[in-house]
Ligand binder design. Structure first.
Ligand SMILES: *[C@@H]1O[C@H](CO)[C@@H](O)[C@H](O)[C@H]1NC(C)=O
Ligand SMILES: *[C@@H]1O[C@H](CO)[C@@H](O)[C@H](O)[C@H]1NC(C)=O
Ligand SMILES: *[C@@H]1O[C@H](CO)[C@@H](O)[C@H](O)[C@H]1NC(C)=O
Length: 502
């Protein structure tokens, strides 16, 4: 046997291959094993040491030529003893949140809707997305996909040794998100996101750690500041800036006002120098050609740096045009703003009323307690970009005139709600749900359904919706923003209440 033949056998035989590499077999059983035959194939296949058989069948198998199968004796797609979770048999219109975590495997059944799934399947996707797998019966029509877990994004590593990484969501992965895109970026201790600029406006929020940011504007004014978890920056389109992590490293979120923004398409100081004639660089910076001998050979992107001096004044260059200060500031120390609290959660808003430089970025950081609800609302003119920082929640997006779809979210998930589409955010987990709503608007505003009805002539509301008088009497004239709810999301199935604990 030739050496390559031996190698081929090892390559083609998954058991030998895994054995040779000393790897465990894939843990597919943990996330949804397809037991028994599927597609007429019955794994495991026998192990052989030489090839046999043929690659194609003959015309004897064409329909009309082949012997008829006997469905009675053939494969069965019956799923014996399907396991249903709490609330799964309840009326599908109730749309209870189904906790598939304990179901092995979960089944796409809700009330009288659906049937079992004999496979192929990977349980983890279905457990994470119960409202896609077994949708509420109120979901209707053809809504586009409006969610993207960053966990499915390609991760681009930095150029230096363990310097960091970045992953992104844009129209390539979420085509409906036309107005905004997001990036989740990691910088190692002292690492930089290299000096750069782009054609989009950038709104950033620190998730972990602290960084020093620096920028210079088109009037020659400069800016430097230190920001930590929960703080925000804004760099207008075309303004060159840098970001350097402190000694404990950092992770931050970036939101851009272009759905097709890509981290791979920014303007970089390294490339600017590499892409201009050295003769011109020499003339421009009044330096001999040898001054440019140690330029980086390639772009730096994310790379390790010299630790920043703790004293920021050492890096505060004095510009004859002055510094960017006051209302022109590129940062907002949002972590120090106390939230507005309501029963069921809290909210704080950062929009151009206080952070004027971010002229079209209006954001809210919302905390919703288990079982509670960010009320049904919509934003009049802006799409909404969501990022989930913690917990689990679901959103139903209603689109004109008669469509809706429900999407489930977990940490590092991106959601997108097109302008004017009605939606809510319900905490479906056991911990506080923390998420961002980001709008392209000069002010953070919404239309609250409950307040709208409360402030509409009562007779008009009654003629439309036939709601009982007691409900009309109790409609809130102030926006509730967040409402408490029963932590048991299937309580309705047992005659309990959705909003008060029995
Ligand atoms: C940098 O110096 C300017 C004055 O030139 C000052 O207005 C600004 O606050 C300083 N920035 C920091 C972070 O100290
Ligand atoms: C920012 O602008 C507002 C509104 O014009 C003004 O009241 C406030 O004093 C300004 N703040 C600073 C720090 O310049
Ligand atoms: C939630 O409510 C359902 C229906 O009443 C009940 O069967 C279930 O045990 C409750 N779950 C918890 C965790 O209390």
């Amino acid at each position: 046997m030739h050496r390559w033949q031996g190698a081929l056998i090892v390559l083609l035989n998954p058991l030998l291959w895994l054995g040779a590499l000393g790897l465990p077999r894939p843990q597919i059983g943990d996330c949804g094993e397809n037991e028994g035959p599927v597609g007429g194939v019955s794994p495991p296949i026998p192990t052989v040491t030489s090839s046999s058989g043929s690659l194609r069948g003959d015309s004897g198998l064409l329909g009309g030529n082949a012997p008829l199968p006997d469905p009675e004796k053939s494969d069965s797609a019956i799923v014996p003893n399907p396991q249903l979770v709490n609330g799964q048999e309840a009326d599908a219109k109730l749309g209870l949140y189904l906790d598939f975590d304990s179901a092995d495997p979960p089944q796409p059944i809700r009330g009288e809707n659906g049937n079992t799934d004999p496979g192929p399947r990977t349980f983890d996707y279905e457990k994470l997305n119960p409202d896609l797998f077994a949708p509420p019966r109120t979901d209707a029509g053809d809504m586009p996909n409006l969610m993207w877990p960053m966990g499915l994004s390609h991760n681009r590593p930095g150029t230096g040794k363990n310097s960091g990484w970045a992953r992104q969501q844009n129209v390539d992965v979420l085509p409906a998100a036309k107005a905004m895109a997001g990036v989740d970026m990691r910088l190692a201790p002292n690492a930089y996101r290299e000096l750069h600029w782009h054609t989009a406006n950038e709104w950033g929020m620190i998730l972990k750690g602290c960084v020093r940011v620096a920028a210079v504007d088109d009037e020659g004014r400069n800016f430097v500041d230190d920001v930590c978890a929960g703080d925000v920056w804004f760099f207008p389109a075309g303004i060159p800036h840098s970001i350097q992590a402190f000694e404990k490293g950092a992770e931050f979120l970036l939101v851009f006002d272009q759905g097709d923004f890509t981290e791979d398409g920014t303007f970089l100081v390294s490339e600017l120098f590499l892409r201009n004639p050295v003769e011109v660089l020499s003339k421009d910076l009044r330096a001999g050609v040898d001054a440019f001998e140690n330029l980086p050979k390639d772009q730096l992107y994310i790379f390790n740096g010299t630790p920043a001096p703790a004293d920021i004044s050492e890096q505060n260059v004095t510009s004859p045009a002055g510094a960017i200060t006051g209302n022109a500031s590129y940062t907002y120390h949002w972590s120090q703003q106390a939230p507005y609290t309501v029963p069921g959660g809290s909210i704080k808003i950062l929009d151009p009323l206080t952070f004027r430089v971010a002229s079209m970025f209006s954001a809210a950081l919302v905390l919703v307690q288990p079982g509670a609800l960010r009320e049904i609302h919509w934003h009049t003119t802006s799409d909404e970009w969501n990022f989930f920082l913690q917990g689990a929640g679901r959103i139903t997006v209603y689109g004109a005139p008669a469509s809706s779809r429900t999407y489930d979210f977990t940490a590092a998930g991106v959601g997108y709600v097109p302008a004017a589409c009605g939606h809510y955010v319900e905490n479906t987990g056991e911990e506080d749900l923390v998420f961002l709503e980001v709008l392209q608007a000069p002010k953070f505003t919404d239309i609250s359904v409950a307040q709208w009805l409360a402030l509409t002539p009562r007779q008009v509301v009654k003629d439309h919706l036939s709601l009982p008088d007691a409900v009309l009497d109790a409609l809130p004239r102030e926006k509730p923003i967040i409402l408490t709810g029963n932590q048991n999301l299937t309580a309705l199935a047992g005659g309990g209440s959705a909003f008060s604990v029995s």
